[in-house]
Design a protein around this ligand. Structure first.
Ligand SMILES: [Zn+2]
Length: 217
């Protein structure tokens, strides 16, 4: 058995490398060469759902993790995936969305109307004040919100969007998953109603009337 001094020497060396790994570009990837896109929802525990360690324990670091409302493709999700897949050694993308998602709970057109009623000037809005070049076309705001009709369908389309995105290398493996909040179970996305029946997966189940603005068309 090695001495404590030897063990500590190794541990300190390993930790120093871990702490400075981003200096090494694609030679200093995260532990699993993995980028995770997940909904921001507090009922979606990424580590438990995927069986990985993103934040804890300290010294973990299995993945780069990006969270937004819905876990959907957005410009900033693409930007982050582009960086990690092209320059930081990431070889796999895992997308995890979930049942009972807040993004199923309203029609985006109603959210837009509510903001207008509060006096927000949606048509003249600079989304990113540091990047005025990136502007939404007039009438695109409700689509930009990204509300969902069906989380399984959205998950599959999100996978497709990353799989075919010109900024994501073709050899990056992309998969999508649904976390069932009700059962604490991970499953593949499906349009088979008999497999989604035990959980709320559509906006109709939230009483939302009509289709969402067609973000994916
Ligand atoms: Zn959600």
């Amino acid at each position: 058995m090695s001495s404590l001094k030897e063990q500590l020497t190794t541990r300190v060396k390993d930790y120093d490398h871990w702490a400075s790994r981003r200096r090494y570009g694609d030679k200093g990837p995260n532990n699993r060469r993995l980028w995770v896109l997940a909904c921001m929802d507090e009922r979606l525990p990424v580590d438990e759902a995927l069986g990985i360690h993103v934040d804890t324990p300290a010294g973990g670091g299995d993945a780069h993790c990006f969270r937004n409302a819905g876990g959907i493709v957005t410009d900033d999700a693409v930007r982050s995936a582009m960086l990690t897949c092209n320059f930081f050694g990431t070889k796999e993308i895992v997308i995890v969305q979930h049942t009972q998602c807040g993004m199923l709970s309203a029609n985006a057109a109603d959210l837009e109307a509510a903001l207008r009623q509060r006096g927000v000037d949606i048509d003249g809005l600079a989304l990113d004040p540091t990047l005025p070049e990136q502007t939404l076309a007039k009438g695109a705001f409700a689509k930009w919100i990204g509300m969902m009709d069906d989380v399984d369908q959205t998950c599959m389309r999100t996978v497709d969007a990353f799989r075919h995105h010109p900024l994501i290398p073709r050899d990056v493996e992309v998969s999508g998953w649904i976390w069932e909040v009700e059962t604490r179970r991970l499953r593949a996305p499906t349009l088979d109603g008999s497999r989604t029946g035990r959980a709320d997966v559509t906006c109709a189940q939230f009483g939302v009337k009509g289709k969402q603005p067609p973000r994916w068309s």
